[in-house]
Design a protein around this ligand. Structure first.
Ligand code: ZN
Length: 436
């Protein structure tokens, strides 16, 4: 059990008291042993095998990306300025069909590289290719991950549908709570409009029987809702509830087109929402009713969606966009509060992914930590009082210098320790000719 000491940091604890102070933290691979203000006293310092002088950098919990598709990262920059339906059918799905094992790995490696570099310490990956290998990859990379094998039910035969469900259950049995609890698995029907009701009901039954959580896209575009209502005479949220999908812990991505009725339903069923503002803006899908969701008590976290619809996996950028878009939309600067958004991007994200003992710098919590270098014009002038503002409105992912997940250092002074970044970027660039 080797202990690491970080000292001389500005600590943003994100704990109940919202404390920000100069000090440090002592931790190992199990938990944070102590958090202190001022200098570390000798009794703490002597215990540490590794000592990191933060030199005034900002130390905070890592950010959590609650909805991403790692396998699609190589499609970044393809087929821009199209509506969702057309974008999926003419760009995403044909190019995703070209992703072989090698390309899927490069795609995920590139995503991991970008996420660690920009201070993300946990993520959800909904994808359909080689997800057992993606679970292994998550474990090896040192990241905290939720693996969600995306299942499309339409156009699939009974045998194909069963194979997808079996594969998902097998993933759960093999990898749920693997890598000392860093890897979790859930069931992920792609969306109500891509999965027939009987397939969704079977998914729900399996989830209930095996006590597995679920994740799905929900209410992303207005067209999707209109078409769904024309076909089933109900909003997809109501339908998912009827089919039993919300009888287990559920996290839905987007939740853009929800009326008060559906928001109340999500609250009643304790369904969490992954708010993906940049992807929703870019695909012209709309803006989720964040304030209504939070006022109703629906747990709402942040996600980037894929690098093909964002186009980065930088959670600081997502955070800043979330903070701004609702103010503009509602012509009200009080629509969102900086600290609330920061909490959403970290601690709430960890909670909705089922990682309950992280997202705060507190004794006993697991050490998912990042250091940010404030020595930059865009973070000047700096003071304790301005720190939260800077974190939400001014920090960029590239300001992150160091990352630890569960006490293991994944980036050391901007160098990744578990991934070969140069090789990954070379291979990613080589892949360009494979797509159109
Ligand atoms: Zn998505």
């Amino acid at each position: 059990m080797s202990l690491t000491l970080i000292y001389n940091a500005r600590v943003i604890t994100m704990a109940e008291d919202q404390a920000v102070f100069t000090g440090g933290v002592l931790f190992d691979n199990e938990r944070i042993h102590s958090v202190f203000s001022g200098k570390a006293d000798q009794s703490i310092a002597v215990k540490a095998a590794v000592k990191v002088d933060a030199k005034g950098k900002w130390l905070m919990p890592g950010l959590v990306n609650t909805h991403a598709h790692l396998g699609a990262t190589l499609l970044r920059g393809l087929g821009e300025d199209l509506p969702l339906d057309q974008w999926l059918k003419t760009v995403m799905w044909p190019n995703e069909a070209k992703l072989n094992r090698e390309l899927a790995h490069v795609s995920a490696d590139l995503a991991l590289t970008e996420m660690i570099r920009s201070g993300t310490t946990a993520y959800l990956d909904m994808y359909h290719l080689f997800m057992d290998e993606m679970a292994e990859k998550a474990a090896e990379s040192g990241m905290r991950a939720v693996i969600a094998r995306g299942m499309i039910g339409i156009g699939a035969s009974e045998t194909e549908q069963k194979a997808k469900l079996d594969e998902s259950v097998q993933l759960f049995k093999t990898y749920h709570n693997a890598a000392e609890g860093r890897v979790r698995v859930l069931l992920a029907p792609h969306a109500p409009y891509t999965c027939p009701p009987d397939f969704l009901r079977r998914t729900a039954d399996i989830a209930k029987r095996n006590n597995i959580s679920v994740h799905t896209h929900l209410a992303e575009t207005r067209t999707e809702i209109d078409e769904y209502k024309a076909k089933y005479q109900k909003h997809p949220a109501s339908h998912l509830a009827e089919l039993g999908l919300f009888d287990v812990p559920a996290l839905v991505a987007h939740g853009v087109h929800l009326s008060d009725r559906e928001i109340n339903l999500l609250k009643e069923k304790d369904v969490a929402v992954s708010h993906n503002p940049i992807s929703n803006l870019k695909l012209g899908s709309g803006v989720a009713p964040l304030r209504k969701l939070t006022e109703a008590g629906v747990k709402t976290a942040l996600g980037t969606d894929s690098a093909a619809s964002n186009n980065t996996l930088d959670m600081f950028e997502e955070l800043r966009s979330a903070a701004l878009i609702h103010k503009g939309m509602h012509e009200n600067p009080q629509e969102t509060k900086a600290y609330d958004l920061l909490k959403m991007a970290g601690q709430t994200g960890a909670e909705v992914l089922g990682f309950n003992n992280t997202g705060r710098i507190e004794s006993g919590c697991e050490a998912d930590l990042i250091l940010i270098d404030p020595d930059a014009p865009h973070l000047t002038p700096s003071s304790v009082e301005r720190t939260i503002s800077h974190l939400v409105y001014a920090v960029k992912g590239s300001d992150v210098t160091d990352v630890w997940v569960k006490g293991r250092q994944l980036m050391n002074n901007r160098e990744l320790t578990s991934l070969d970044e140069e090789k990954i970027r070379y291979e990613a660039n080589q892949s360009v000719k494979k797509f159109d």
